[in-house]
Design a protein around this ligand. Sequence first.
Ligand SMILES: *Cc1c(COP(=O)(O)O)cnc(C)c1O
Length: 343
Amino acid sequence: MSKVIDLRSDTVTRPTPGMLAAMNAAAVGDDVWGDDPTANRLQGMAAELTRKDAALFFPSGTQSNLAALMSHCERGDEYIVGQMAHTYRWEGGGAAVLGSIQPQPLEQEADGTIPLAKISAAVKPFGTGLGTHFARSKLLALENTWGGRVLPHSYVLEAAALARSKGLSVHLDGARAFNAAVASETTIADILAPFDSASLCISKGLGAPVGAVLVGDKAFIERAHRWRKMLGGGMRQIGSLAAACIYALEHQVERLREDHDNAALLASGLREIPEIAVLGQATNVVFLNIPEQHAKPLETSLASRGMLMQGVYAARLVTHLDVSREDILRFVASVKDYFAGAR
Ligand SMILES: *Cc1c(COP(=O)(O)O)cnc(C)c1O
């Protein structure tokens, strides 16, 4: 049985042999006591790499983002966020449910940016008088990459400056910020520089089985530490998980380039199929439009060949470290076979 080619997401990666060896060799301790040397090493490394004061390891990006929002905003505050942003739309409404933080979602442009004029208009009057009517605008949250696209750096700088001029802090949901850095030929520190805080997933394209890192200033990370405990994210002997993340940061960042090249190869192969519209490709993500009558049969036909994709809900294909150039060529050939048979 040949290997499964799974393009549903970059979350499906398995630990590499080198990563497993690092996990096996990790020194551990009780991290709730601050005693896990490997978790501490990961946090020190993440802070240094991102040029922020401090870092905190989380079991998931969702919890890291939520703890960040709760560390920036108090009950009755609000955060300004994109209508389709992960923190608002795909995290169960955690900020509102668990944080008593009111989201102020705003319609985004196709490139993921929120127009500056909309941000400006959404910031509520503050203080006595008129201000007593409103939630207190505290935070702007952006996401990079957005559907695989790198947010224009000039936009990020302008949005952050605008937010600060209104007294807001700025958070980045940087689940795939390393993809942005590699695609922009810059450092993760430069991508994160305009932000007060950022949440980085290590379990996506970077290939760790678990883990996200939140970075920010010292006081912010201290608040986040308390929220992490309250949210159930205080973990014990996590050195082996932290070791996987250290390994990912040391060995699996630069290789994201291969994922981006493979996504471009995938998009160009699929463009040769008249029934499929390739809507866009950026970094490791390809968006498609598949005619409705073909979506499910295509999924089923590919699955019978050990190839997984999400065609029905949203045709988004994602490349990652368990998908090679040869796999992409085999996948494209199989999609071509399906349509040849369906014509
Ligand atoms: C995956 C993802 C998250 C959350 O990460 P989990 O580890 O799955 O909780 C947050 N933001 C974006 C943009 C993501 O893609």
